[in-house]
Write a protein that binds this ligand. Structure first.
Ligand SMILES: [Fe+2]
Ligand SMILES: [Fe+2]
Length: 362
């Protein structure tokens, strides 16, 4: 076998641009980690070469013509399967909404910092087609490990089979790997297919929490604390009637009270099992507490709420807003983020802003 054949294949990305003069800088940065085919938007082939690992779109998102062209060009199913990274002009909020509506999996913003871009490229685009299939495997393994924990929580636990810390920890490695190898967006697509609302919700929260921890470059043991806590945060819902959990209209005040009991119930159940660490029990009991004391069940305030709980609360509320619910249409990430900005004083704003790239699918 010749040397060339043993060399790992380089990523190959399509850089779609309607402003070649401005895209040249970006192309030369991208060339550090990938081969780049820079193609004018209108010349993008309808039936692309199948060796691209992703598309970088650098167009004028405020131009209706440019947006229509790229929308039309990227409808081919080979493009549909590829991650799309959009370049945004500096400080243009509406552009980011436009990018997400065009199926962006991530965005980068002028002015370019080459380290940041390279990091995003590595995170968004797998190394090669071969790598892409092992990413798909990792995603599948992670989702099924997490789903197995949900089965334990929502089916076995109420039937009297205790949940153990080991059940939860067994899933950790595969979930962390899935999110490391793919992206929160792919995780969401995979778990949103789940038919049961409570499963879906917990799987979403888990994805957001892990992606958050990874985005913050947390140490591996801290990532594990996050994934554990997220998986079990709503364990008490296993004891709430399905007529409330799956209700298709707004809950009555009495049903709201019933639902809110899940925090205390979950805590009591896991505490009686004995082997769950205090900080996990704390998340189960306190993930609905608010910094201003308006949350439940204990009306904790400020410093009484740990960082771990604060992070789970952010992932939890965000997941709830963007969830595919029966009683209300899901919100776009941008709208959900705006709603959360309105919770100033209740949730940790520093953490919320740190969460922003995760919220937008980085
Ligand atoms: Fe909850
Ligand atoms: Fe929740």
């Amino acid at each position: 076998m010749g040397l060339a054949q043993r060399m790992p294949a380089r990523r190959r990305v399509l850089l779609a641009s309607d402003r070649p003069d401005l895209s040249d800088d970006l192309a030369s940065i991208l060339q550090n980690v990938s081969d780049v085919d820079q193609i004018a938007t209108q010349d993008i082939p309808d039936n692309p070469a199948d060796n691209y690992v992703g598309v970088v779109v650098d167009i004028d998102l405020s131009s209706v013509g440019s947006v229509q062209t790229i929308r039309r060009k990227l409808t081919h199913k080979t493009y549909q399967a590829l991650p799309r990274l959009f370049v945004l002009a500096e400080g243009m909020h509406r552009e980011s909404t436009q990018a997400w509506s065009l199926g962006a999996t991530d965005t980068i913003r002028w002015p370019f910092d080459s380290d940041t871009i390279l990091q995003r490229i590595r995170a968004s685009f797998p190394e090669s087609a071969e790598d892409a299939s092992s990413s798909a495997e990792a995603l599948k393994a992670g989702v099924s490990a997490a789903t197995a924990v949900m089965v334990k929580i929502f089916e076995k636990l109420p039937a009297g089979e205790p949940l153990t810390l080991d059940d939860v920890m067994r899933a950790e490695t595969r979930i962390l790997k899935a999110l490391k190898r793919t992206s929160i967006r792919e995780w969401l697509l995979a778990v949103n297919k789940h038919h049961a609302r409570s499963y879906r919700h917990c799987l979403l929260v888990t994805g957001y929490a892990v992606a958050f921890a990874q985005h913050l470059n947390m140490r591996e043991d801290d990532q594990r604390r996050l994934v554990r806590a997220a998986l079990i945060h709503d364990v008490g819902k296993a004891y709430i009637p399905l007529s409330i959990l799956n209700k298709t209209e707004a809950l009555t005040p009495r049903e709201e009270i019933e639902l809110s009991k899940h925090a205390q119930i979950g805590y009591d159940v896991l505490k009686s099992h004995g082997d769950f660490p205090r900080e996990m029990l704390d998340v189960v009991l306190h993930h609905h507490e608010m910094l201003d004391g308006s949350g439940y069940p204990d009306g904790l305030k400020g410093e009484e709420i740990s960082d771990l709980v604060r992070m789970i609360t952010i992932a939890d509320i965000f997941a709830m807003l963007v969830e595919d619910r029966l009683d209300s249409p899901p919100m776009s990430p941008a709208n959900a983020f705006t709603v959360m900005e309105g919770l100033k004083g209740k949730i940790d704003m520093h953490l919320l802003y740190a969460f922003r790239p995760v919220a937008f699918g980085a």
